[in-house]
Design a protein around this ligand. Structure first.
Ligand SMILES: [Zn+2]
Length: 224
């Protein structure tokens, strides 16, 4: 399994509970984070304190450890400026990861998110995992990221329409623990990235499918 996220914390927000569950069940789960994170808080990327990015990298490793991932791959695309990078360059990063790790299942961003980096990653992953005969990826899912997917208010196509639900009743607390490592990214309720809101979202999808807590995904394609 390979989780491909734009920013440090998206991997936890989008599928942290699923990641922890799959790792516990013995699957090899890898995480790739394509962007450096945080530097968009400065007017110019060069003004950002380098220790900020280094700190986020350390937190990503800590979060991956909590979730039970085998390894996390950290890249440095410019935060909230992925649309200034040729799409092909992003595709090449993902192709290299897929070629090296040979995942069978990939989880990534939904294409209709408000955040432009999420949309770029979605498109790059679809391109890099296109089903040519040598392709190892047999299942491709998109996840929702609270504070980006719902904040598009269905103004961008496609709208997130989850149709695969993973029971994370036993790993939701692990997800919240991993999220706590990203103290600079977490917020107080009612922000969508607060622990309370994340718990509410898991229970909302859980109630839709008869479970205590669930992470919701949209299947892009599967090859049986
Ligand atoms: Zn993000």
């Amino acid at each position: 399994m390979l989780i491909i996220a734009a920013h440090p914390d998206d991997e936890v927000l989008g599928c942290g509970g699923t990641c922890a569950r799959l790792a516990r069940e013995g699957h090899d789960v890898y995480i790739a984070i394509l962007g450096e994170g945080a530097t968009s808080r400065y007017n110019r990327r060069e003004e950002a304190d380098p220790s900020l990015v280094a700190g986020l990298h350390a937190r990503s490793r800590e979060a991956a450890h909590i979730l039970g991932a085998k390894e996390v791959f950290l890249h440095d695309l410019p935060d909230n400026r992925f649309d200034t990078v040729p799409l092909l360059d992003v595709v090449k990063i993902v192709e290299a990861l897929v070629g090296r790790l040979r995942p069978e299942v990939v989880y990534t961003h939904h294409g209709g998110d408000l955040n432009v980096d999420h949309a770029v990653v979605h498109r790059a992953v679809l391109t890099a995992t296109r089903p040519i005969p040598s392709q190892t990826v047999r299942e491709l899912y998109t996840f929702e990221v609270p504070s980006s997917t719902e904040w598009a208010f269905q103004q961008f196509k496609p709208v997130f329409r989850p149709n695969v639900f993973v029971d994370v009743s036993h790993t939701l607390e692990t997800k919240l623990q991993a999220m706590r490592t990203y103290e600079t990214e977490a917020r107080d309720f009612p922000h969508p990235r607060s622990a309370e809101a994340l718990r509410a979202l898991a229970r909302r999808w859980g109630s839709a499918v008869g479970c205590e807590a669930v992470e919701a995904f949209e299947l892009v394609r599967a090859l049986e």
